[in-house]
Design a protein around this ligand. Structure first.
Ligand SMILES: Cc1cc2nc3c(=O)[nH]c(=O)nc-3n(C[C@H](O)[C@H](O)[C@H](O)COP(=O)(O)O)c2cc1C
Length: 171
């Protein structure tokens, strides 16, 4: 299966089945294999499996189409903004590449995912940082909700989003 074409946002998870710890680490390993500007070390990850925390988080994402409470596991992708990073302006881009890698690779393990848009929404950013008690030089790029899809058969499919009209040429 082409994991990239078949990745779909999954919002209903089997809450009786947890993604094993080693798989979560493997997902992050694949996140970290994404490019970053000048190969800067600009990302960190937090594995969240605490239901009280997830319930609190759900109050921030009330307008999200994901019912955040209906998720047992998440990976928070954290961007760093240390002065010594060579390309600090590109940290959000670094985080976006890692996020996509994680969600794509998850498909290969039958794991569903959806990201909760956080950066650069000021309100979500400040509430999420507060909840995580983050240092000033870090920000939450996104939370990736993870789990095994309830509807296994139909969770991953090629939506055929490609439309050739998005391409123009300079020859
Ligand atoms: C920047 C960004 C923010 C998103 N935020 C949310 C969100 O807060 N809640 C949610 O349920 N899905 C969120 N999504 C998932 C999109 O809704 C989803 O990617 C889109 O509907 C296309 O569906 P697909 O992922 O199945 O291709 C977000 C996606 C992106 C790229």
């Amino acid at each position: 299966m082409d994991i990239i074409l078949n990745r779909r946002s999954v919002r209903k998870f089997d809450l009786n089945k947890m993604v094993p710890h080693e798989d979560l680490i493997d997902l992050i390993k694949h996140g970290e294999s994404a490019g970053s500007a000048r190969r800067q070390k600009s990302r960190e990850y937090i594995i969240i499996e605490n239901k009280d925390f997830i319930n609190k988080l759900s109050e921030i994402y009330v307008k999200s189409s994901m019912q955040v409470k209906e998720c047992n596991q998440m990976i928070a992708v954290i961007g760093k903004t240390n002065e010594d990073l060579p390309c600090v302006q590109f940290v959000p881009t670094d985080c976006a590449l890692a996020t996509q890698n994680i969600m794509d690779y998850a498909v290969s393990k039958g794991i569903g995912s959806v990201m909760l848009g956080t950066y650069p929404d000021k309100e979500r950013l400040s509430k999420a940082s507060e909840l995580l008690n983050l240092d000033k030089n870090k920000f939450v790029f996104t939370f990736i909700c993870l789990g095994y899809p309830i509807d296994k058969e139909n969770a991953f499919y090629d939506m055929n989003k490609f439309d050739e009209s998005v391409i123009s040429y300079i020859k």
